[in-house]
Design a protein around this ligand. Sequence first.
Ligand code: ADP
Ligand code: MG
Length: 727
Amino acid sequence: MGEKSVKNTFPVFDTLKKVFGFQSFRPNQEEIIQSILDGKDVFAVMPTGGGKSLCYQLPAKIMKGTAVVISPLISLMKDQVDAAVENGISAAFINSSLTSKETASVFHSLRNNSLDLLYIAPERFAMPNFIETLKAVPISLFAIDEAHCISEWGHDFRPDYLSLSNITETFPQVPVAAFTATATQRVQNDIISKTGLRSPFTVRASFNRGNLFYRVESKQELMTQVLDILRKYAGEPGIIYRTTRDSVAAMADMLTESGIKALPYHAGLSQEERKKNQEAFNRDEVHVMTATIAFGMGIDKSNVRFVIHADLPKNIEGYYQETGRSGRDGGPAECVLFFGRGDIPKIKYFIDQTPDDRERAVAMEKLNQMVKYASHNVCRRRQLLEYFGEDYKDENCGACDICTGTVDKIDVTTDARIFMSAMSRTGQRFGIMHIIDIVTGADSKRIRELEHDKIKTYGAGRDKDKHHWRFIADELLAQDVISQDGDRYPVLKLTEKGKRALFGSENISALKREGPKKKQRAARGGAFESYDKVLFEKLRVLRKGLADEQKVPPFIIFSDKTLHEMCRRYPASLPEMAGISGVGNAKLERYGEDFIRSIKTYLNENPDISVPAEYSYDNPAKPADKIKGETIEKTYALFSQGMSVEEIARARNLAQSTITGHIEQLIMDGRGLDIDRLIEPQKREDIGKLFLTLQSWQLTPVIEHFKGTVSYEEAKLVRVCMRRGHG
Ligand code: ADP
Ligand code: MG
């Protein structure tokens, strides 16, 4: 190895300019390249867009033999090879997309020693004759791209990558360079030990992406907020991430209707369609890609100007990766997260399904960190970088909403002092819950025994609830004003900053938290003035079901015009429903419940649509809801007496679906019902599993899957049970 493996004296800089057309190296590239040329192994963590490809492509061009690149991204190989060939590098790839004839031709070139660069998928390494072929030709280096895939500790483990274990033993003469954009210390150790890298030259580049502006907006009127951003970037490419396939599809439709060139991308689309959409985006034929995180690895588009997260991501790793897809060209780009607390329970729900205790705890912890990122008055960049173990020095990053002061803040100094004073007066020996008990004046045995009801701050904050004080505690922790000490029973301590804040003049502020907004949809102008088309589709399906049940045409139930009005006003109670034109008393009694329930379910699934607090499920019935409450109580009484849904419907002269609706509401309200009487446990379990597999609450796919053996009502029942945690 060493210098004799360099096939010409073409200096590295010359190659950079003449082959790649770049004027200078990006951070770390030169050192990495030099190490490879010296025959040393390399381990490099560089952020997305950091320029990892060049680190192996440049040596591939100037070293003797073929550089073999292992990459999991089959879809990208062709692009990378095409780009390399454009640059005059002799490159090819082998993966499952090639015909056997094409594969044979690549092998031919390989054996002829005429390839600088060969991309392969990892599973090749499990094939003994492939290894034999490689042994028979001169190999300049192995580059393992996305190397974190070899680690079970990473977020992207791929069993195929295990075939790379001990690659250094199989090819002791060849330098191996491993690259990744995400690796915690643990993953790093794992990669190095699995591949057997020999004291590699190690780079951990800063994860700071200085050209990205980070911002969090409170999720209120999501579509309007998104459109505002899109207007600003008229025609420039961007990605909108959403959690579910449904919401991706709906968002793409709505954008299209607003005249924006947008396409969806999610795992529910055919491979072909996904490919087509991705290509259209790459070629700038559409501007906005609305996607689940299935759209991810393999986007090399360099001019993405914004990444919007319309739903809360599960963890910071994911968030960082996804935002990292913007501004690869080094130009300014913006990353906006729409944060609504309604997203938290949805993620928690899925985390709860994780069977492994440890995994579940880790996932929860990661979610908490994500929430912290969104909710606390701490530089976003600092939080991201600290998450990756980087110590960010700048007081003001100048490129996030916190540092540029473009967020609304409130002063919480008084509350912070009350909290810290309670900590201080009890000797900094207690945990969060206990301090909250003190400030809220809890009357507990423990408080009395410790005589904490005697201290000055006891009850000083009883005018605010525990959630508020929890928020204050979290804020102080996030701002490093207080810290937690000890693993099992963490106690709160004042930091230096905390002492200054408690005894000095330093003020503490927090981000302003939005309360629920007043209903204003009907009056809204703009693209969605007409009506909520997604909801309309749902109500239409409901109407069809009811019409079929009664063998009448749908318009007999409600006209389109009436549905449109519902899709503008979101009536969520009987009196409100009665106010919709076309809903008379008879129809109100017969169908009101069904439509209200459907609207509520919809609002529940789309917390971005603001729901006035008085209509939410969590609130006890208001006078306005009284009629409804009574009718539900009747159902409850009859059901408790042992009557079936069918019998209740007959007895009350109401549609069965109305009664099922009552039952669902009762379950939603946490009333004890014998669910086994409604649906067999085995069936319930099967349906439940399918929901989890589909990762969507949509009913139609479930109905379709069971080919008629599961009814709409049954699927709905299981769904509501799962949501209430009766899984
Ligand atoms: P990643 O680290 O994410 O794999 P890439 O290798 O895809 O990043 O590089 C990202 C972009 O940066 C590409 O468009 C690439 O051509 C460009 N790039 C890489 N190195 C340099 C450089 N030294 N000067 C200018 N652009 C570069
Ligand atoms: Mg790459």
